[in-house]
Design a protein around this ligand. Structure first.
Ligand SMILES: Cc1ncc(COP(=O)(O)O)c(C=O)c1O
Length: 387
């Protein structure tokens, strides 16, 4: 693969050289003081990131504890769900895309699930959520930024519904945390999950799971999973350790990635992601493409990726081949959208030039496939918004 290959997928995202280099350090035992220091400071930095994820210069509390777990986000979501419910419990799972659906599927392995569904890419009907959540509900699951569609689901009104019934709220913040406002205490989030390979611009392999005091009290302990018994992790974390062997190189990388984020500052990082996404929407719209999600308002568009529909009868495989020839990759459509849309990610540390280069390559690849799209106009629109 070319050295300058540009990954514009909505995860994994390109990582900085010093983040990659951090993984090359000598191997260490999870029982060592050195590992304890790295683990502890990585968590402290992540919690600082959460407190600064307001989108303004204000901070906001994130009352609770963070754990680093081996495995990607699906594992952490399963850990969160399986530690909060048992077979007698009821989950309400909100679904308007692939990742909301996945939480419903996970939930069905552990409890009874009521799915509140809207078509992919459409905002939730809050009245339907209100009707589904009752005092008997143990857990409400929702994805903040649906990476399969490019729709941002507002969490505050869903948090109000959960709080009114004293229900645990688990939020998948996998493709939003680090690139969008995320207000743990204000929204009433009990468990939040994210993955370093998205807006944190670190490699895949570990996940971060935040648990509020209420979530920690609600955990089912030995009735839940063994390897991912979160109470065991919390006990070990109190001593700056993990209970089992930890993917230390990934933690080292995340430690450095978080330094870079905190140096940039979360206010500017969130602002930058929003501006990039706006520029991508402007460019793709100038090409005459239709954005896929059907938001009610502008704020419902994801600030970390944009999903656009291919021109009619376009070959998605040829599109990716043409893009790769130009040294660029974007995300394909997921599930039933695989031949209908592509997903242009703008997460992490990308520069304005890289976004513009990606827009040019997308336009050229569409033209190579026979679509008569105005590439220069799209690039000009992208440039005008991103600078
Ligand atoms: C919102 C969201 N949730 C969960 C996941 C699952 O991540 P993984 O397949 O890496 O476990 C992803 C991955 O793209 C995601 O975007």
């Amino acid at each position: 693969m070319r050295e300058d290959f540009l990954l514009l997928n909505p995860g994994p995202v390109p990582i900085a050289h010093e983040v990659a280099q951090a993984m090359d350090a000598p191997m260490i035992s999870r029982r060592s003081t050195t590992f304890g220091e790295i683990y502890n400071r990585t968590i402290e930095k992540f919690e600082a990131l959460l407190r600064r994820s307001t989108g303004t210069s204000d901070t906001s509390p994130a009352t609770g504890d963070t754990l680093i777990l081996n495995g990607t986000a699906t594992m952490a979501l399963e850990a969160g769900i399986s530690n909060l419910v048992g077979p007698e419990d009821e989950i309400v799972a909100l679904t308007n895309g692939q990742f909301g659906r996945r939480m419903a599927d996970i939930g069905e392995r552990y409890a009874t699930v009521t799915v509140v569904e809207t078509p992919w890419g459409e905002p939730f009907d809050l009245q339907a959520v209100r009707s589904a959540v009752t005092d008997d509900t143990a857990l409400l699951t929702v994805v903040h930024n649906e990476t399969s569609t490019g729709l941002l689901n507002p969490i505050a009104p869903i948090g109000e519904i959960a709080a009114a019934h004293d229900v645990q709220l688990l939020v998948d913040g996998v493709s939003s945390i680090g690139g969008a406002p995320f207000l743990i205490d204000e929204w009433g989030v009990d468990v939040a999950v994210t993955d370093p390979q998205k807006a944190l611009a670190s490699p895949p392999g570990i996940s971060l799971l935040f648990a509020s005091p209420a979530a920690q009290t609600a955990m089912v302990g030995t009735r839940g999973p063994f390897y991912h018994d979160l109470e065991t992790y919390l006990e070990a974390a109190a001593d700056d350790r993990t209970p089992y062997t930890c993917a230390a190189p990934q933690v080292r990388a995340l430690d450095v990635a978080l330094d870079r984020i905190l140096t940039e500052g979360m206010e500017s990082r969130i602002d930058r992601h929003a501006r990039y996404a706006l520029a991508v929407r402007a460019g793709l719209t100038a090409m005459g493409l239709e954005l896929f999600p059907s938001p009610r308002e502008e704020a419902d568009y994801s600030p970390t990726l944009t999903t656009a529909a291919f021109p009619d009868a376009f070959d998605p495989v040829a599109f990716q081949t043409e893009l790769a020839r130009r040294g660029v990759s974007v995300g394909g459509g997921i599930a039933h959208l695989s031949s209908e849309v592509f997903r242009f990610g703008n997460m992490g540390e990308l520069s304005p030039d890289e976004i513009v280069r990606g827009m040019y390559a997308v336009g050229q690849a569409l033209r190579a496939g026979g679509a008569d799209v105005p590439v220069s106009a799209a690039v000009a629109e992208t440039e005008a918004v991103i600078r």
